[in-house]
Design a protein around this ligand. Sequence first.
Ligand code: T46
Length: 140
Amino acid sequence: MIDGINTTIHDCHIIQLRTVLRPEGKLTIIQNEKFDLKRVYYIYDVPEEAERGYHAHKTLYQLVIAISGSFSVRLKDGVREWNVRLRDPKKGLLIRPGLWREMSNFSVGAVCLVLASELYSEEDYIRSYDSFLSYKKCIQ
Ligand code: T46
C-alpha cells in the first residue's frame, strides 16, 4: 500500500475490466486485485450542473466506474492534474490515496459505481484544498 502523502497522479490509471461479450448482452467482471474491498456505493440522479468530490482521502483506495452514462473526473496531486472522462462500463479508474478529486459534467442517467477499500470514515477526508496542499507538503 502506498503512503497518501507521496502519491502522484501517475499512480492512478484506467483498468480494463474483463468483459464477456455475447449476442444476448455483455457481462463485465470486477475482480479487484489492487485492494481488498470493504464498501460499495453508487452515485446517480446527479443534476447536469452539479459538481461532487472536492476532497482527498488519506488512506482510501477506490475503483470508480461509469456503469451508465458519463462524467468527468479531475485528479490533482498538488503539482499536476489529470482530467479523465469516464464513459465505458468496461473501464475503471483506480484512485490511490492522497489525491484531490473533482467530479463534474454528469450526463443524464449517469451512474457512478465506487468500490472502496475502507468503511466510511469522515476522518479519512481532507475537505479543504489548502489542507490538502499542506498534507502533500506543497505549502508549509
Ligand atoms: C469520491 C467520489 C468518487 C456516507 O455516509 N457514507 C459513505 O459511504 C459515503 C461515500 C458518503 N456518506 C455521506 C457523507 C456525506 O455527508 O454522504 C455524503 C456525501 O459524501 P461525499 O462527500 O463522499 O460524496 P461525493 O460524491 O462528493 O464523493 C464520493 C466519494 O465519497 C468520494 O470518496 O471519491 O464520490
